[in-house]
Design a protein around this ligand. Structure first.
Ligand code: GH3
Ligand code: MG
Ligand code: MG
Ligand code: MG
Ligand code: MG
Length: 307
């Protein structure tokens, strides 16, 4: 006998952080949400910041008056940090008035709830803000992720590259890029059709992703059948080694490509460039250098890495 799939098991439970110094308040909110949410708790400002950073909840219910610092300051700190900036904060306070609420909203909160709490209203507000957060997350993903391959898109790459170049300029570090272009991909499409071409691009993308070992590295679809691996804090020599790993990983996919000049399988050419970074963070020069190297790789017969 087949069972109906339990939809509550499919969607991950929303993650809430409840911050309050009064055990009774924590208990009340915990009981209200624990059934269908994952609830974390904190009783001080310091603890709230730590749990928010460690757990990255979907929403924070934040008491305005805490023993070690006030909720406003906690909220401002959350909004100033990259990793916690996008978590909606709802203030919960016994002393709400329009002045306090105005300051709270200016500190980055999305809403106010007054104590003593009215449970159905609290649940309704939390549900609304979780839905908005969910939608905002989806939009952010769509804005920065390539739909075909799941890699980052050009916009995400450009933004990240600027950040890394500025960072490198300050630190005296080197940033490297590996520009990847599929060899004779037009012929591949001609031979197997565009849908098979799309599938090959997905597999190449996955192979690149698997070949990058550090969490700071980023793979992006640059356009068409060109992809870029961004390698922060990497010199030309290290980048060449990564490029070679990328090349070998795609060759190892062994996707048949009888029309390829380089091998009877689908291959890539890789152009690598490294730079010290610039304070103005202009990525053009670095990508141009990589493009030049890629052109050389093609000219020398493809399925190779050129620095
Ligand atoms: P080369 O070795 O010189 O790079 O040859 P190439 O045929 O790969 O180069 P060219 O730039 O002439 O052609 C790239 C081809 O990639 C053309 C286009 O049809 C194909 N392509 C670009 N984007 C996509 C895509 O999203 N899906 C599929 N299936 N093909 C794509
Ligand atoms: Mg309090
Ligand atoms: Mg191309
Ligand atoms: Mg080309
Ligand atoms: Mg190509």
């Amino acid at each position: 006998m087949s069972r109906e799939p339990d939809s509550t098991l499919d969607a991950p439970r929303p993650r809430l952080l409840v911050v309050d110094d009064q055990p009774l308040n924590i208990q009340a909110l915990y009981r209200l949400f624990a059934g269908d949410h994952q609830v974390f708790t904190a009783t001080t400002a310091a603890q709230a910041l730590k749990v928010a950073n460690d757990q990255r909840p979907d929403l924070i219910l934040l008491d305005l008056e805490l023993p070690d610092d006030d909720g406003l300051s906690v909220c401002r700190q959350l909004k100033a940090q990259e990793g916690t900036r996008d978590i909606p904060v709802i203030f919960v306070t016994a002393h709400g008035n329009v002045e306090v609420e105005t300051v709270g909203l200016e500190a980055g909160a999305v809403d106010f709830i007054h104590k003593p709490i009215h449970p159905p209203m609290v649940r309704a507000r939390v549900r609304t803000h979780l839905t908005l957060k969910h939608q905002a997350d989806a939009l952010r993903r769509m804005a920065f992720i390539d739909g075909l391959t799941g890699l980052h898109n050009r916009r995400a790459l450009d933004e990240r590259l600027q950040v890394e170049l500025r960072h490198a300029a300050r630190q005296g570090d080197s940033v490297a890029v590996a520009l990847v272009d599929v060899d004779h991909f037009k012929r591949y499409n001609d031979q197997y059709g565009h849908l098979a071409g799309d599938e090959a691009l997905r597999q190449v993308a996955a192979a690149l992703q698997r070949s990058m070992l550090r969490p700071v590295d980023m793979a992006a679809r640059y356009g068409g059948e060109e992809m870029v691996c961004l390698l922060p804090q990497t010199e030309a020599q290290g980048a060449q080694a990564v490029g070679e790993r990328l090349r070998a990983a795609v060759e190892a996919l062994a996707l048949p490509h009888p029309q390829s000049s380089a091998a009877p399988v689908l291959t890539i050419s890789v152009g690598v460039a490294a730079g010290r970074g610039r304070v103005d963070g202009d990525p053009t020069a670095l990508l141009q250098a990589a493009d030049q190297a890629l052109y050389e790789a093609k000219r020398m017969g493809r399925n190779r890495v050129v620095v």
